[in-house]
Design a protein around this ligand. Sequence first.
Ligand SMILES: Cc1ncc(COP(=O)(O)O)c(C=O)c1O
Length: 357
Amino acid sequence: MTRKIQDIWDSKWVTNVGDQHKLLENRLVEYLKVPYLSLFNNGTIALITACRALRLTGEVITTPFTFPATPHVLTWNNVKPIFCDIDPVTLNIDAAKIESMITPNTTAILGVHVFGTPCDVLEIQRIADRYGLRVVYDAAHAFGVEIDGVGIGEYGDISMFSFHGTKLFHTAEGGALSCKDPNMKQRIDYLKNFGIKNEEEVVMPGINGKMNEIQAALGLLVLDIVESEMSKRKVLTEVYKSALDGVEGLRVNADASGAKKNHQYFTVRINEESFGCSRDEAHAHLREHNVFPRKYFYPLCSNYQCYKYLPSSSPANLPVAEAASKEILCLPLYGELTETDIKDICEILLDARKKHK
Ligand SMILES: Cc1ncc(COP(=O)(O)O)c(C=O)c1O
């Protein structure tokens, strides 16, 4: 990194599509197997820009089982999020329930590939085509995921990747949009740079979404180690699975058939009755033992004060999501963990049952 910073220092070019930016954009097009990609300063600004690039208005159907940024980007575009229930296995928007939520005001479907498991992309596209809707994906968790050899960012009109420091591939803060159409790529690039076309023309009301050279340089370094990090996590995932598979009341995360996984997350679903303690009790017990799992995604976005009033936020409309948000626990997963660490974490998790019997 020191050498990279020296290069940037010497070049006197610190932002506005410098060498590092160009290099990273090209390398990611190849790595993610997408036709076009535009780098951003973070994933949220990227997704806000995607909605703007597609001129979304009215209502967009999305999932409540996600990070706050997903519905918030709609609100920032003056678009109303309409929450649709999720599939109990993939935890993604339930394609079978989308059609019943479409109204004359619907302009798009915004799916999230939760924990890197792909949405039902073919069925979602079929619905969108039938009703003339756009499809946007929040692929924040899905860096490097493929379906039968096709990059996840090839599906839908635009996909957003987050390169936040907590992600498998990161640029400290950062993100990207992928798309299939060169005109759309051009529009996105104008929008992320204030709408500036050249020194004398500003062609649309853009924003500042540009990734700087330091971020891009960091990305180039992380890209060199991302495969090895994924392999380590794959091995650790197997250790988790062999320790937890078959435990009554515990279900480990879904494996989509035909999908190349990125092993970014390892989740368990805890059924209080058959496991012997609740997700929240297991979470507290792990924390007491210095293990810090996350309750992703709790609370549901539909339960936030700013969205609770929406008719689609009613728990009766979202029974599967309501149950999942109370039962899913994301366990620690990163390449530097050892097999012994994982076995210890599993032992502590299973011990939580004794305390609450
Ligand atoms: C599903 C999801 N969407 C959006 C975001 C926002 O991305 P960023 O932090 O890069 O703005 C995140 C996480 O950070 C996320 O997990």
